[in-house]
Every structure is written in C-alpha cells, then in structure tokens.
Write a new protein. Structure first.
Length: 138
C-alpha cells in the first residue's frame, strides 16, 4: 500500500501486510498441485481489505503481490511464480468457474483450460466486510 500514514504529517512510502491465503478457509499453507487450485483469502478483521467497499476499492492505491514457491518433486529444484494485482483488476462479487469435472462414464477427471480465467457474478453486498459484520452481528 502506498501513502500509509504513520503519524501526523509523516507518510511511509511503502507498507506491507501479510495476507493469509490457502485452498480453503483453514490456515494450511501447503498445497499439492496436481490440477488447478483456487486460493482463497478470507476478509475478516485481520485482513488489510477489511474496510474497503466496492466503490472505495476502485479508487484505492495499493498492489497485492503474490508469490508461490514450491519444489519440483522429480528434480528437487525450486520453482517460483510471481504476479501482482491492482485494485482495478479485482472483481468484486465474482467467483472462478469450475475447471475440473468428474466423468462418471470412464471414472476420470477432465480439466477445461478454456475456463481458466473465467468468472461469474455472485450476489455480494457492496459494503465493506467491517460494515457487513457490524450489521449482521448487532
């Protein structure tokens, strides 16, 4: 995040937050990637995204940097993938389409890579997670 205010009239040019991610809502940080996996970040009070609404996200100034690191089992070599996301690239209220389907006819799984970046809209409040939890917990 840029422009993080530390004290009155003092701006820290770079501030980093750790965002917990995983294949589910658990704290498990180990993955077995035999096919496409969707990673999730739960937006709760510990999340740096907790106070953003759908509209405030559009004008926010930050960058989410993702780093995935692992070991290639057959060689023991380290593999690393990096990417980043700006607020304008975040789709509010969207989910990824299911890529993996089970074929009962022959007992196999099929992966449709044509759907790799495909999403669909789901009903999602436009308020922040903070506002949503406050409304539903009181």
């Amino acid at each position: 995040m840029t422009g993080f205010v530390v004290m009155k009239f003092q701006i820290e040019p770079l501030h980093q937050f750790e965002m917990k991610v995983g294949p589910t809502i658990t704290d498990d940080d180990r993955l077995f990637l035999v096919w496409p996996t969707t990673l999730c970040h739960v937006i709760n009070k510990d999340s740096p995204l907790y106070e953003y609404t759908a509209s405030s996200l559009l004008s926010a100034q930050f960058e989410i940097i993702c780093l995935l690191e692992g070991i290639v089992e057959s060689t023991g070599m380290t593999a690393q993938a990096k990417t980043s996301y700006l607020p304008c690239e975040i789709l509010w209220g969207h989910r990824f389409r299911k890529l993996v389907t089970y074929q009962r006819s022959n007992g196999s799984y099929q992966i449709d890579y044509n759907l790799f970046n495909s999403t669909y809209a789901v009903k999602t409040p436009h308020c922040s997670a903070m506002e949503h939890y406050a409304q539903n917990c009181s």
